[in-house]
Design a protein around this ligand. Structure first.
Ligand code: HEM
Ligand code: HEM
Length: 374
């Protein structure tokens, strides 16, 4: 139930971010509505689903399922403070709670890795790296709040470690496992590819995080992260082809998310070298990457969370409802995000329409699924 709740609140948080953005709230409040209330707890929920799969162990304990709720509460507090609705010291509380929950979750994932039946799948190392990035990002902004002279640089460390490190590494690690599941076709190259790519990806993320202090690091950051993405997208294209990838709403959306992240990384290189302003990349990351990623992943995962166990007609019906129009939604997110980044504010209506479409599909699917079960 908690997983389904977090899936639904992520979509609600994305809608909140779009509304806050349209009503002119502080940019940091808008960003944290999407990232800290929506994506952060949902990522923990997805990890609590995948860590047992990657380590061939039993389902996550109830206590682990509750940790995302702590993070979501921290996210709500962060948005309230950044929007100017609460005193600044509350941020410290949110950071302590966030760090505690991240540490507890990381310890659980490491324990599961040690207890794994055989060697854990290399996707687990991506999750540990992503959680490490989140912990460091929270420590960085905490240090920045306590040490005003370093605030500027530490804020850049915080935001790049969180977006490219925490969300980016989780996404790439998960997509290697999720894409073959979505398509129902095995990918024997996924595990070796993940093993080979991780040191590179970490180097790229570290370069981007430190590029705020040493701008030339933007060049290796773009080449390495961009290289990992191109390699992954190319391998999928070669293995399955366009007809398969775009033939299913979930895989079309996930492939679109990969392309979107590549575009945002290229834009990141441009702002890192001072050719573009950095701020539009936050909206770009949200619209070009996070929206197609989360809607595509939820279309695949929510039916499994709602109807666990072996495949059933009710699960297949719910999935069919959610993947319908998946390719169209991906086009709305990518086109709207691209145009908004290029300065056409009115194009925000396109991703807003995509979120609304997915929200309606979600309500219909959950209501219909309930009726099917009864
Ligand atoms: C609950 C945990 C979090 C807290 C308390 C927090 C706190 C902060 C603070 C204080 C700032 C500086 C705001 C400013 O200078 O105006 C900031 C910036 C930022 N943070 Fe976080 N953060 C958290 C989680 C996250 C997560 C999970 C992400 C993304 C995955 C994220 C992404 C960003 C971004 C993109 C910015 C720059 C926003 C902008 O100026 O447009 N943060 N954060
Ligand atoms: C490989 C990719 C990236 C590299 C190399 C990079 C590099 C940099 C560098 C060097 C700066 C400092 C520029 C300055 O202070 O003038 C910066 C600022 C910034 N970057 Fe990135 N970045 C990347 C990706 C991203 C992504 C994905 C986001 C989206 C969340 C992002 C959001 C920002 C923001 C909001 C700023 C600060 C703008 C400001 O408030 O002045 N960057 N980036």
């Amino acid at each position: 139930m908690i997983l389904i709740y977090l899936g639904c609140t992520a979509i609600a948080a994305f809608a909140l971010a779009l509304v806050l953005g349209l009503t002119g709230a502080a940019p940091a409040a808008v960003a944290h509505a999407a990232f800290a209330i929506g994506a952060l707890p949902l990522i923990f929920a997805a990890m609590s689903h995948f860590v047992p799969v990657l380590t061939r162990s039993g389902g996550a304990e109830p206590g682990v399922h509750r940790l995302p709720l702590v993070l979501q509460a921290a996210g709500v507090v962060a948005v309230a403070v950044l929007a100017g609705w609460g005193p600044g010291w509350l941020l410290h509380g949110a950071l302590v709670a966030g760090l505690g929950a991240t540490g507890a979750f990381l310890a659980w994932a490491i324990r599961r890795g040690r207890a794994s039946l055989g060697k854990p799948h290399p996707g687990l190392a991506w999750y540990l790296a992503a959680l490490g990035c989140l912990g460091l990002a929270l420590v960085a902004i905490f240090a920045g709040l306590l040490w005003p002279a370093g605030y500027g640089a530490l804020r850049l460390v915080h935001l790049h470690l969180n977006t490219l490190g925490f969300i980016g590494l989780t996404a790439i690690g998960t997509l290697h496992v999720l894409m073959p599941t979505v398509l129902g076709k095995p990918d024997p190259q996924a595990a070796p590819r993940l093993r080979r790519q991780l040191p590179w990806a970490l180097g790229g993320v570290a370069s981007a995080a430190l590029a705020g202090v040493l701008p030339w690091l933007s060049v290796p950051a773009v080449l390495i992260i961009g290289g990992v993405l191109v390699h992954t997208l190319w391998c999928w294209w070669r293995s399955w082809g366009a007809a398969t990838l775009f033939g299913d709403g979930a895989s079309a959306s996930l492939f679109g998310a990969g392309l979107g992240l590549l575009a945002v990384v290229l834009a990141g290189g441009a702002h890192g070298l001072g050719w573009l302003p950095g701020r539009p990349a936050v909206g770009g990351f949200f619209m070009l990457f996070l929206l197609p990623l989360v809607s595509g992943a939820l279309a695949q995962l929510l039916p499994v969370w709602r109807f666990p166990g072996p495949m059933s007609p009710a699960r297949a019906a719910m999935r069919a409802r959610l993947v319908r129009f998946g390719a169209l939604r991906a086009v709305l997110f990518l086109a709207g995000g691209g145009l908004t980044m290029a300065g056409f504010e009115a194009a925000l209506a396109l991703p807003a329409a995509g979120v609304l479409m997915f929200g309606v599909a979600l309500v219909v699917a959950l209501a219909g699924g309930g009726a099917g079960r009864a």
